[in-house]
Ligand binder design. Structure first.
Ligand code: ATP
Ligand code: MG
Length: 253
């Protein structure tokens, strides 16, 4: 079998004497979305940043399709991994089109090719073409998050990291963006951080529960609902009854 799109092996990170990630292993295949659930401060963002080389691990290895990311040149890494940041993180001084085109520009694509790609992406995330010249401050929160998703997908990455991308959105917008993600996901491997259990159940092929720097449960949503590995951990996200309810609602029950 071919190498998984993403493989983490023995990843560790401490800040000072505070261990944040303590020996973490994970494999994600193309078309698969693994959802990370964990309390605030449990190391989710740190983990995503280690995958994308924004944070240097103390130990362990990150492989993209079998290649060590530590050895990849920077532009190649930016092309191969898309990142939707927590709290959006658009460049405020760049227009929507310039934000979406950041990675292609970094890769030296011709301006016409960038313009075509930007137009295609804006259509995919359901943003009107006339928004292309606006600046982020003149967009709604939901529109900004769509721009963030379009930007992450710009160079057709094989891995996309989502750090609470749909937080703080109204339920209708959130539902549309989740639907959008479902329609695109076959093309990449995804790691998706959320605090929202219904979102995890809807989007996750597997759900990883992070606790004290380790994955304490990694299972398809059905299994997580039936048998939470750590009741006290599960209780931090939602009462089991609520999970079951959310799950039933998803299945039309
Ligand atoms: N640059 C840093 N220097 C020192 N400590 C840090 C740094 N970045 C993160 N931490 C600490 O590491 C721990 C994990 O942080 P991280 O941002 O990964 O958490 P998280 O799971 O993403 O939380 P949240 O759900 O609130 O976003 C926290 O205790 C945080 O204070
Ligand atoms: Mg975080």
């Amino acid at each position: 079998m071919s190498a998984p799109a993403l493989r983490l092996e023995g990843l560790q990170k401490a800040y000072g004497d505070q261990p944040v990630v303590r020996g973490l292993d994970l494999e994600v295949r193309t078309g698969e979305l693994v959802v990370l659930l964990g309390a605030s401060g449990s190391g989710k963002t740190t983990l995503l940043k280690m995958i994308n080389r924004l944070v240097q691990p103390d130990a362990g290895r990150v492989e993209l399709a079998g290649e060590d990311v530590a050895a990849l040149p920077d532009p190649l890494l930016r092309r191969r991994i898309g990142y939707v940041f927590q709290r959006i993180g658009l460049f405020p001084h760049l227009s929507v089109a310039e934000n979406v085109g950041v990675t292609p520009r970094l890769l030296g694509w011709a301006p016409e090719r960038i313009a075509r790609r930007v137009a295609e992406l804006l259509a995919q995330v359901d943003l009107a073409p006339e928004l292309a010249s606006r600046f982020p401050a003149a967009l709604s929160g939901g529109q900004q998050q769509r721009v963030g998703v379009a930007r992450a997908l710009a160079a057709a990455p094989e891995l996309v990291l989502f750090d609470e991308p749909f937080g703080a959105l109204d339920p209708v917008t959130r539902d549309r963006l989740q639907g959008l993600l479902e329609s695109l996901r076959e093309r990449f491997a995804g790691v998706f951080v959320t605090h929202d259990v219904s979102e995890a159940l809807r989007l996750g092929d597997r759900i990883a529960v992070l606790h004290e720097g380790r994955i304490v449960q990694l299972a398809p949503p059905e299994e997580r609902v039936r048998t939470p590995a750590h009741p006290q951990v599960a209780a931090r996200f939602a009462a089991p009854a609520r999970q079951a309810e959310a799950f039933a609602a998803l299945r039309g029950g």
